[in-house]
Ligand binder design. Structure first.
Ligand code: F6P
Length: 361
């Protein structure tokens, strides 16, 4: 029996991330190979609202995009489909919004939708799936905080950005014999700080999972000075907090806390307690922009191709997942029930400690 060619939708949702275009290209190539048509919905789930805002995605339209950062479809972490507001709390997408999305898909005769997103967007995908819309999830986040997948594309690119920044800070810090604090992203998880810090030769890494003490951080700086290492590089995750301290939030928008500001506080405390000249650098959205690393291009392509395979097999409600070098799938629900955090006693943390990195604890 010959297979009836499918019509599928794909969208990118939430914060952008290097590798999104590699996934889109992978989806389009694998779908085109099967003679399927691909509709790229614009600005995340918002593109599903009537009359439907989409770009027909073809091999030609997705040629030469793999190395580009961002997403050719546009994205948003706001709008009508927000299903996660802040750490852990969920919101129900209004029924009429889901019905409007269903109507757009029915009118365009779309068989399934691939949602590429982080925990918030995958929570939305899960709600659409529970309401009967055939959904496939593709995990995306620079933060690497998604459960049920060993890693996400975008993380390696963000880590490479942190390591590059540390290489640059190293030369200026050592020339001036300063302590340099760099604040990095990651929300409530310390993965970017941990991996970026190790790769970039950081001396102190502060992460949310290991609350720190300013006095211990200052002592680590003093010890380096005493050992003749007159500059110190300190990586601070934006979600890091002092023992019994609280999160530093910049602004609060649509219920979501925006983290930031802890780097400046750490630098100030080091200067006060050590008398050392100290500077702060907030790496910010540089970590999200620019070309994906080769690893993220390959992972993104593999994820895109696997998502198409899952549709062909009718495995809806599943999310592509990376496990032991294989691209498999798990229920979307498994990935969104809680965020994945660094284990304080993990081998990675122990490795850092063994090469002399202080966690300020
Ligand atoms: O989740 C990715 C991330 O870059 C976080 O690391 C950061 O806290 C947040 O998004 C910033 O979001 P926005 O795009 O709203 O600035």
């Amino acid at each position: 029996m010959t297979e009836i060619p499918k019509r599928i939708g794909v969208l990118t949702s939430g914060g952008d991330c290097p590798g999104l275009n590699a996934v889109l290209r992978g989806v389009v190539r694998a779908a085109t190979n099967r003679n399927w048509k691909v509709f790229g919905f614009v600005d995340g789930f918002e593109g599903l609202l009537p009359p439907g805002d989409f770009i027909p995605l073809t091999t030609a339209r997705t040629a030469g995009i793999m190395h580009l950062g961002g997403t050719i479809l546009g994205t948003t972490n706001r709008g009508h489909f927000v299903a996660k507001v802040g750490e852990g709390s969920k919101a129900e997408i209004p029924k009429e919004i889901i019905e409007q999305a269903r109507e757009t898909l029915r009118r365009l005769q779309i068989d399934a939708v691939i949602a590429i997103g982080g925990d918030g967007s995958l929570t939305t995908a899960q709600q659409l799936w529970e309401s009967g819309i055939p959904m496939i999830g593709v995990p995306k986040t620079i933060d690497n905080d998604l459960e049920a997948t060993a890693t996400t594309f975008g993380f390696d690119s963000a880590v490479a950005c942190v390591a590059d920044a540390l290489d640059r800070l190293h030369t200026t810090a050592s020339s001036h014999k300063r302590a340099m604090v760099i604040e990095v992203m990651g929300r409530h998880a310390g993965w970017i700080a941990l991996y970026g810090g190790l790769a970039g030769g950081a001396d102190i890494i502060l992460i949310p999972e290991i609350p720190f003490d300013h006095e211990r951080v200052a002592n680590a700086v003093k010890k380096r000075d005493a050992d003749g290492c007159l500059s110190t590089l300190i990586v601070v995750a934006e979600g890091a907090r002092e023992i019994e301290g609280h999160l530093r939030a910049r602004t609060v928008s649509s219920g979501e806390v925006k983290l930031g500001g802890i780097g400046e506080i750490v630098a100030h405390e080091i200067a006060q307690r050590t008398g050392k000249e100290t500077r702060t650098c907030v790496l910010g959205h540089l970590q999200r922009g620019g070309a994906p690393t080769t690893l993220d291009r390959i992972l993104g392509t593999r994820f895109g191709v696997k998502a198409v395979e899952l549709i062909a097999e009718g495995k809806f409600g599943e999310m592509v997942s990376y496990q032991n070098y294989h691209v498999l799938s798990v229920p979307i629900a498994d990935a969104v029930h809680r965020i994945k955090l660094v284990q304080p006693d993990s081998q990675m943390v122990r490795t850092c400690r063994d090469v002399g990195i202080s966690f300020g604890d």
